[in-house]
Write a protein that binds this ligand. Sequence first.
Ligand SMILES: Cc1cc2nc3c(=O)[nH]c(=O)nc-3n(C[C@H](O)[C@H](O)[C@H](O)COP(=O)(O)O)c2cc1C
Length: 341
Amino acid sequence: MTPAADRQWFPEAGEWTSGETEVLARAVIRAPSVHNTQPWRMELLGTDVLLYDRADPAPGGQQADERDRAISCGAAVANLGVAVSVLGRSPEVALLPDPDRPELVARVCAGRRRVPSDVDLHRYSAISRRRSYRRPFGRRALSEHQVLDLERVPAGTGVRVRAVLDRGELSAVADLLEYAGQTIRHDDRYRRELALWAIQHGRGYDGNAGTARENGVPAMPWAGLVHTMAVLPDRVLLARRLERETFLLFVTPGDTRRDQLLAGRAMEETWLAAVDAGLVASVMTRLVHLGEVRAGLAEQLGLTGCPQLVMRVGHPSGVVPSPRPALSEVVLPGHLAHRMR
Ligand SMILES: Cc1cc2nc3c(=O)[nH]c(=O)nc-3n(C[C@H](O)[C@H](O)[C@H](O)COP(=O)(O)O)c2cc1C
C-alpha cells in the first residue's frame, strides 16, 4: 500500500477519513450551480475544508460570469456546513479568508465535536432530494406560516428574503420580468451558454424538456431560459402566473463578492428548508443581473439593498411517483415527528 493510500485508512488525528471526505465531496457536488457548471474545487487540509472558485471554463467550455460563480460557490459553502454538522463537528465558516488569494472563497473549519441537531439531519437529507423544479406548481398556495418560515431561514446573515405577495407589487414585478425577457433574448453570450447547457443535458432548446408549457406557451421566462424563437408571455400572463406562485427575492446590503457568496449560501439554506417542508423550487439570477431590473425592483418594492436572485417556490404538481414506502411504514409508531410521516 502506498503511503497516500495508507493514510486513507489510518488518518492522522484531526484529519478527515475517506468516508468523511466522500460525505463532504458529495454534499458539494449536489449544490445548485449556474448551468450546473460546478465552478469550485475542494481541498482538505487537516480538519479544514477549503473551497476555491474555479475560474477556468468547466468541461464543455462554459464560463459562468463572476457574480453567478460567487452565488454558486455560496450554495456549496451552505452544503459543506451542513455536511460538517452531520459529521458531528461544529462548522466555522470564514468567507474570503485570505485577501492575497481571492480564489479561496471559503475556509470551513471543523470546530468542536457536537451531536448533529434535528435541523442538521433534516437539511442533510434534503441535499440529495433538492433539484430545480421548472414545471408549473400545484394549485395549493403556500400558507402564511410557510412563507414566513422561509423568509426567516437566513436570519442574522445580513441577507433578506422578501416574499412578493401584494397585487400591486406583483404587477410591477411582471412589468420588469417582461422587459428582462425581451432584453435577454437578444443577449448572444447568454444564448450560447444556454445552447451548451441544453445540449449537455439532452433537453429541448427551451431547457424544459417540453414540460413547462402552459396553453401551448413556453413557461418563459420562468426557467430563465430564453432564446430568440421563444414565445415570451406578456405582462398580463406573467402577473397571473406570479399570483399563483410564491416569489422570493434575495436581497443583500451591498453588491460585493462577499454579498454574492452570502446570497448563494442563504439561497441554498432556504431551498433545503423548502425541500424539508415538502416544497419544490427553482431560482433565476440572470433577470436580476440587469441593472435596470435591479433598480426597478428596488424602487417599486422599496428595497434597501441589492436584489441578487429570485426563487419561485410551491407545491409539486401532481404526485411524484416513488418506489419507496412512507417513513411511517418502516419506523415503529411514536418515533417520528408529525411532519415526517
Ligand atoms: C447562480 C445560479 C443561477 C441559476 N440560474 C438559473 C436560471 O436562470 N434558470 C434556471 O432554470 N436555473 C437556474 N439555476 C439552476 C441551475 O441550472 C441548476 O442548479 C443546475 O442545473 C443543477 O440542477 P439542480 O438544481 O436540479 O441540481 C441557477 C443556479 C444558480 C446557482
